[in-house]
Design a protein around this ligand. Structure first.
Ligand code: CUA
Length: 350
């Protein structure tokens, strides 16, 4: 892009400067750049007023910098030639017309008014987002583990409750209540496009809420340093229309499909994996790692670290410590045949 535009630049330095500024501005707004920044909070899909406040304060700050720079440059250059040159031994009496202190008072009043306005605006926005706009119909309990997210949908009765991991599905346009706990250290829940940060603190339940006003996949990230794989503690929030969300929810309520029961892969899974992972409807009931009952409905594995595709899945099972050193999933020294069978079994968990 740069080399392509370089030829168009004019010769005058100011014109060139303006063009560079415009290109930078365009790049800020450019859609491809935004796609490469999944943690971008400037173009949120959450409560509108937060984005308005962000852009409002940003615009005011830029204006303040421009005005102060202008006044400063005026003070430096406009009066420079008015002071007559003197020889080094002579003292020049400097006098100013009018009341120069008035300028300082004016500046004080102006900046106080601007800051006061911004404070009121911020407090109104904070009060607005303190509670969801309506009572949430969906409640999700999110538990932070080193280094993945347990996601539990709490229904009205136990038959409507299920657990998944690292992927939070929500209906579009509806507030969703989130209860946050931690199993070990302090983590922090952050979906930049949808909400601010809320910590997950051991021995305490924190609450927050999210709302997506349009369908899409929003990247979430642990934002409190929590050890070796903090950076690989990501998740996704998938907002879809109500019917699609309901279809997904009903799918997750099912126990594992029968097609793999009794397979060679299931036998290897029971020996090697079941002590840590649950597959509902089978004897596998471990609680150390993610619930794998519907693993194949997820887009990523290892807390948004790898795409959920055959090759990555095999590589992850074969040597998790290569992908996420320090993670609780050990290297099992599984041989090629067992690995293929376990992978075939995992692929039936849809
Ligand atoms: Cu969990 Cu950082």
């Amino acid at each position: 892009m740069w080399s392509g535009m370089g030829a168009d630049f004019g010769d005058q330095p100011t014109k060139r400067g303006m063009q560079i500024f415009c290109v930078l501005l365009l790049q800020l707004y450019a859609a491809p750049a935004r796609a490469d920044a999944p943690l971008d909070y400037l173009f949120g899909a959450g409560p509108r007023n937060v984005a308005s406040l962000t852009w409002g304060v940003l615009t005011i700050s830029i204006l303040v910098v421009l005005i102060i720079t202008g006044v400063l440059l005026f003070a430096i250059f406009a009066r420079r030639n008015r002071i007559p040159s003197t020889s080094s031994n002579e003292r020049e009496l400097v006098s100013r017309a009018g009341n120069p202190v008035a300028v300082i008072y004016a500046g004080l009043v102006l900046s106080t008014l601007v800051l006061f306005g911004v404070t009121i605006w911020t407090m109104m926005t904070l009060a607005d987002i303190a509670a969801p706009p309506s009572t949430p119909k969906v409640t999700i309990e999110v538990t932070g583990h080193e280094w993945w997210w347990e996601v539990r949908y709490v229904g009205d009765d136990p038959s409507q409750t299920f657990t998944t991991a690292n992927e939070i599905h929500i209906p579009v346009g509806e507030p969703v209540a989130i209860k946050l706990r931690s199993d070990d250290v302090i983590h922090s829940f952050w979906v930049p496009a949808l909400s601010g940060k809320t910590d997950l603190i051991p021995g305490q339940i924190n609450t927050t809420w999210i709302l997506a006003d349009r369908a899409g996949t929003y990247r979430g990230q642990c934002t409190e340093y929590c050890g070796l794989q903090h950076a690989h503690m990501g998740f996704q929030v998938i907002a879809s229309p109500k019917e699609k969300f309901e279809t997904w929810r009903k799918g997750q309520l099912r126990v594992a499909s029968e097609k793999s029961v009794g397979s060679a892969g299931q036998r290897v899974f029971m020996q090697k994996c079941a002590v840590c992972h649950t597959v509902r409807g089978t004897p596998a009931g471990g609680r150390v790692g993610p619930d794998l009952t519907h693993l194949m409905t997820r887009g990523t594995i290892a807390a948004d670290t790898l795409p959920n595709r055959v090759g990555y899945l095999s590589g992850w099972v074969a040597d998790p410590q290569h992908v996420k050193p320090g993670s609780k999933m050990p290297r099992l020294n599984i041989d090629g045949q067992d690995l293929a069978q376990v992978r075939n079994y995992l692929e039936t968990l849809d």
